[in-house]
Ligand binder design. Structure first.
Ligand SMILES: Cc1cc2nc3c(=O)[nH]c(=O)nc-3n(C[C@H](O)[C@H](O)[C@H](O)COP(=O)(O)OP(=O)(O)OC[C@H]3O[C@@H](n4cnc5c(N)ncnc54)[C@H](O)[C@@H]3O)c2cc1C
Length: 295
């Protein structure tokens, strides 16, 4: 059995208290949310914090609120709440698509959106969802609040622009009319991390052309989080199988997968191509469905 190195533990009573504890204990302190990424890393001694600052009592950071032009998600919102939210399923079907594939109920009951994004694992599904939805992240520190676009959150694998004495507090997803989204993933078995996955969000114009589109890929080494060249091929065009094929080809070309136990580089490129086609097709179908919220 693997056990972590010795550590001290403090349970924060409020956001201010958590920030104070982080400042007090310095670089050796780490926030713990659901613990489903941090604890396995500690057991493997890949992370050895001397202090764990538990933020599970900050229930005021667990919420989903819907305004006309933005949806706000508190950082302590659990996977299960994202999965079960009817409001999110209507506005951003990509969220339920992705959540259905993440781990198992045990992990989904505890894991949080804040922890998922701050873990910055290249195979993490919600990061792709946030790239595709053009998320804005709210970060709090002792000196106040700042917000960063999703494209600036991850500075490398397992590295973020959230400073040691800061806490991610909120994720904002802009609401766009005539827009729908989708996510699909290939995994070796149910609940596994992605061999590869893709997500897309499509805004349809009144003329039947694609007004705007964002495409994201998971676990295939895509710099910057979105498949920009594939999106460029689709924007302004009339949806068709040929268009999806061109986007898939470009997505496969732009990513940089690494062969591992989940598949060869060539197989992952093939998945990037095929899954890009599927999420584009599905997003367009959803955005143009007569009863869809995206219409
Ligand atoms: C068996 C298993 C299977 C899994 N499968 C998948 C999968 O298929 N797809 C997938 O995407 N994920 C998967 N996960 C990961 C899961 O989604 C985790 O819940 C998630 O990655 C981390 O969320 P957490 O709340 O548990 O974070 P924690 O483990 O508590 O924290 C992770 C990191 O984020 C930091 N952190 C946490 N919250 C904040 C905050 N608010 N502000 C600043 N820093 C913060 C912590 O200090 C730590 O460095 C799996 C996990 C397990 C154990």
């Amino acid at each position: 059995m693997q056990i972590p190195a010795a550590f001290d533990y403090a349970r924060a009573e409020s956001l201010e208290h958590a920030l104070q504890l982080l400042s007090e204990h310095g670089p050796e302190a780490r926030v713990i949310a659901g613990g489903h990424s941090l604890l396995p890393m500690m057991k493997l001694r890949l992370a050895n914090p001397e202090w764990l600052i538990d933020i599970n009592d900050l229930t005021d950071l667990a919420y989903i609120t819907e305004d006309a032009d933005v949806v706000r998600i508190g950082a302590m919102t659990r996977h299960v709440e994202l999965l079960e939210s009817e409001a999110l399923a209507g506005l951003f079907p990509i969220v339920r698509d992705a959540e259905r594939t993440i781990a198992d109920p045990l992990v989904r009951n505890r894991g949080t959106i804040g922890g998922s994004l701050c873990q910055a694992d290249p195979a993490e599904d919600l990061s792709t969802v946030c790239h595709v939805l053009g998320a804005e992240l709210v970060i709090r520190g002792a000196n106040g609040e700042r917000s960063v676009p999703m494209a600036q959150l991850h500075t490398g694998p397992y590295e973020t622009s959230v400073e040691q004495d800061e806490i991610l507090t909120e994720v904002r997803w802009p609401v766009r009319p005539r827009t729908a989204s989708a996510y699909t993933k290939v995994e070796r078995r149910a609940g596994d991390w992605a061999t590869a996955a893709a997500g897309a969000s499509v805004t349809m114009g009144a003329d039947g052309r694609v007004e705007d589109v964002t495409i994201g890929l998971t676990a295939v080494g895509l710099d910057g989080g979105t498949a920009t060249r594939a999106a460029d091929a689709v924007r302004g065009q009339t949806p068709s199988e040929d268009l999806y094929a061109e986007a898939g080809r470009r997505a496969a070309e732009q990513c940089r997968p690494i062969g591992d136990q989940r598949g060869t580089e060539a197989y992952k490129r093939h998945l990037a191509d095929e899954l890009t086609r599927r999420v584009l097709r599905r997003s367009v179908e959803r955005a143009t469905a007569p009863l869809g919220r995206g219409v």
